[in-house]
Design a protein around this ligand. Sequence first.
Ligand SMILES: [Zn+2]
Length: 583
Amino acid sequence: MRDEQTLSLSMYTISNRELLIEFHMCYTLKVTKEEQWRKVPWKKFDKQIRKIQERIYDASSRNDLKRVRALQKVLVGLTSAKFIAVRRVSQDNRGKRSAGVDGIASLTPTQRMVLVNELEIDGKAESIRRVYIPRPDGRQRPLGIPTMKDRAKQFLLLMALEPEWEARFEPNSYGFRPGRSCQDARAAICQSLKQKAKYVYDADIEQCFPSIAHQPLLKKVNTIPRFSKQIRAWLKAGITFEGVTEPGPISPLLANIALHGLENHVAECLSTWSKKGELPKGSVASNGLTVRYADDFVILYPHVEVLERVVAEVEKWLIPQGLKISKQKSTIRHTLQKYNGNNAGFSFLGFYFSHKECGIGKTTWVANKYTREPLRYYLRQTPDKDRVQRHIDNIRDIVKRMEKRPQEELIATLNPIIRGWTNYYAFTDNKDTFRYCDERMFWRLYRYACNRHRSKGKKWIALKYFRSFEGRKWIFSTADHKHRILLYSKGVGRNVYRKVAKGRSPYDGDTRYWNNRWKAGVSSTKRYLHSQQNGKCEWCKGPIYFGHVVEIDHIIAKKDGGSNTKKNLRLVHGHCHDQIHGR
Ligand SMILES: [Zn+2]
């Protein structure tokens, strides 16, 4: 088995050589760099990298560090890895693109080819552009945006390091990890609170990323000297991490590594106390739960005195990492009662969790298996009020800014925002909030219409801007019914979210499991096309994996009269879509 693996490792280097030969043929054929980029065999490249990453994951879960490092060295040297890194930073980050110090936000195919040839983990870092972004609390937050080259380099290293760490990370850390999201963090908290009201430690770390101590972090990363040198250079240049993945691809991973071990430490403390008999009667170590989303975390436990001890331990644990907990912002709360002057419940990632008492004579659950004692409260999770207000303010600003723009343009701007927001809160008790948002939205749009036509009467405005649709009156839509504002309350309904299974990672090679998860999270059209195409991209015929950028392409373009029917649609990779349209 062992020999076979070593052998196939060298086979990868050979197949890489083959790919190179294929490429050099392009050179001899005097094909321009632009043509070369268009001819990149992505399917082969993806497959090659994926195989190696799965092996790194596998070796890391067997604690075979020697093999992990050997594979990582191979990976960063591969041409295919460099191509994927450049593709990722120049094509795969759809949507917002921000320029680094070099002022480049996107690259032409020729520039991409040049970048691929330059890419090397050489221990150097270019300077970083500082941008200040206003925070919701009024302060400014610094954001360091690296240059395009550095971004590609970071991604190259990330491809090697991520599978290693994915095998090691703790089960209840959900931030910026492949295959995990806020929804999983929410589901984990729900599972823990379903049967019992608990005390919650809602922690806030002061200025997390800038204050992480570099030396202990590098020691923790524990990688080969060449990689360490590179990471040190980036840290010195001042890469930041502020809840956005875009600025530096590697910074979320570094933040996760710095805080890795917190959950295990809490669990260990609880189990030692349990063995010594120091826990209160009726509680066990497994009652505790630590859920972390990047630098944001909560600790749940049914007894306050134990929780206070845990908090002291956590503070002690954070000191060597150079981190401190902000005393003003961190609080202990209870999910059912008022505690220390704080209302019942707590907010995490924009969700508000609290317990509500049942009506008289009603129960929800048999809490204790032996005494069969019924539970007289139930868990309620709603959108956090602050977030709702912030969202409504945001909508107001957009509508004000677009006062002079036509109606369909306004609808086209607002609809994706509404859709995203309702999707985020789709799995909560959202009925009241959504109805409230609809009402606020209506008045906002009514005012928009009135401001546009000050001399007209109300009836005229109503007839021009509002129409009935599916039994509902006063829907903001254009005269031809083609553009219509979405309703928040359309997203109401108790949906079920399936939390990611414990110890799962997209690198574990279980395509079936991850395909099903991917399907559960996308629109019905994408789901339909995915099964029609047997899970493959219609353009390159390569498989669509979890984490790929996937887009819908019109076979006959819309401008040539192509329709929106499913027959005219196909599912393709983002980069394949670019190839189709010659970008
Ligand atoms: Zn494709």
